[in-house]
Design a protein around this ligand. Structure first.
Ligand code: MG
Ligand code: ZN
Length: 390
């Protein structure tokens, strides 16, 4: 009798263990599994911009800076998009390529806050830090430095505009989670055009302040949808918050990152002041965290199309440099097989987190050749300041 009871107990335990294993396997279904992405049919592949003019090997002072950050964009993310688009991307047309080592001050693996702060200020800091150093002291960002010197400035992101990457160019807080404090910091810098999500950090705040009113009083045009953004005039600064929280991923949006970038360039290039613009493809990273290959590829392609628009601007405006880079790689993505002809990609994620592998830096336009080589992420700031100061 006793042994029967023990046996039954063991059986129930075994049942729970088996169920537990199944549940585990279900939750991690993607990690380590081969994922296949079929993008589009051949006739739908887009052609990269055909640009003959390339001043990348000519030295000289630069007046306009466009920095494009693909969050989580490592080589595999780029290559998977390349395969999905039949073997070609706008990025393929950039000839100067370097590699950036992304570690933060206390960790070989950076987060997006320390990664973007290194790019925006030239200083390594701890993970989670927004525009502050290891002792939590404010660092001037390249956007603020150039704004002070009379340049036009802009920030574009497909996440909340208060999210780590864009925040690190304009805000100074000890933790990336302080979204409402980050929104306040936007008031202190006369940034000329801001486009992203995260409206709730501006008008549904614990301190009950309505920052949108305050921005209006500082001569900003508050824009809440893409239609109004496209027709917004240049007579006021623009704060475009296109969503209460993050913007939709690329395939769920009825506008592209190119739309946002083109509006910013049109706005910032009016007059002759020179400008600094940072544009982020935010969700390549989120596709990586989700181990969702199609998410990565679709947002990567949205980002690459915007890169093409930026390259066209550089080709027409000779005193401009374009830098395209990442803050880190996400997902430890490995491409195992695929086909250019079929736009087919077979890949495996080896992590749901960031990885420490170095990431590429593509540079296009006057003085771009200075961005070749292997260097720390902080060099991007230093080299940009150098070619502005020439
Ligand atoms: Mg980001
Ligand atoms: Zn991430």
């Amino acid at each position: 009798m006793l042994s029967m009871m023990i046996n039954r107990k063991i059986n129930i335990y075994l049942l729970f263990i088996t169920l537990g294993l199944f549940f585990d396997a279900f939750c991690q279904k993607n990690k380590g599994d081969l994922l296949v992405h079929k993008y589009k049919n051949q006739e739908e592949f887009y052609k990269p911009k055909d640009l003959t003019k390339d001043l990348s090997y000519i030295d000289g002072k630069v007046k306009n800076i466009i920095v494009m950050i693909g969050d989580g964009m490592g080589l595999s993310q780029i290559f998977s998009a390349m395969m999905a688009n039949g073997g070609d991307l706008n990025l393929n047309k950039i000839n100067v390529i370097g590699f950036s080592k992304t570690s933060s001050i206390d960790d070989i693996i950076t987060d997006s806050a320390a990664g973007a702060t290194a790019i925006s200020t030239g200083e390594k800091t701890y993970n989670g830090a927004i525009g502050v150093d290891k002792d939590k002291k404010s660092l001037k960002t390249i956007l603020e430095i150039l704004e002070d010197r009379g340049f036009y400035t802009g920030l574009v992101s497909t996440s909340r505009i208060t999210h780590a990457t864009p925040a690190s160019f304009i805000a100074h807080v000890e933790s990336r989670k302080m979204y409402e404090d980050i929104a306040l910091d936007f008031l202190d810098v006369d940034v000329d055009i801001v486009i992203g999500g995260g409206e709730d950090n501006f008008n549904q705040r614990k301190d009950k302040r309505d920052l949108l009113k305050e921005f209006e009083n500082k001569n900003y045009n508050i824009v809440r949808n893409i239609k109004d953004l496209k027709t917004a005039k240049n007579d006021k600064k623009i704060l475009a918050l296109l969503g209460e929280k993050d913007l939709p991923r690329a395939s769920y949006r009825d506008y592209s990152l190119s739309d946002l970038l083109n509006k910013s360039l049109e706005f910032l290039s009016e007059g002759d002041k020179g400008f600094f613009l940072m544009v982020e493809g935010s969700q390549i990273d989120w596709g990586g965290h989700a181990n969702d290959l199609s998410y990565v590829i679709e947002d990567m392609l949205d980002f690459d199309r915007a890169i093409g628009e930026a390259m066209e601007f550089v080709a027409k405006n000779e005193e401009t440099i374009l830098i395209v880079t990442a803050d880190h790689e996400t997902g430890g993505l490995v491409i195992k097989d695929g086909s250019y002809e079929k736009g087919l990609v077979e890949g495996v994620f080896t992590s749901a987190k960031h990885t420490p592998v170095m990431v590429p830096v593509f540079a296009f336009g006057k003085s771009a050749y200075r961005f070749g080589g292997v260097y720390e992420n902080t060099e991007i700031f230093k080299r940009l300041i150098k070619i502005i100061d020439m």
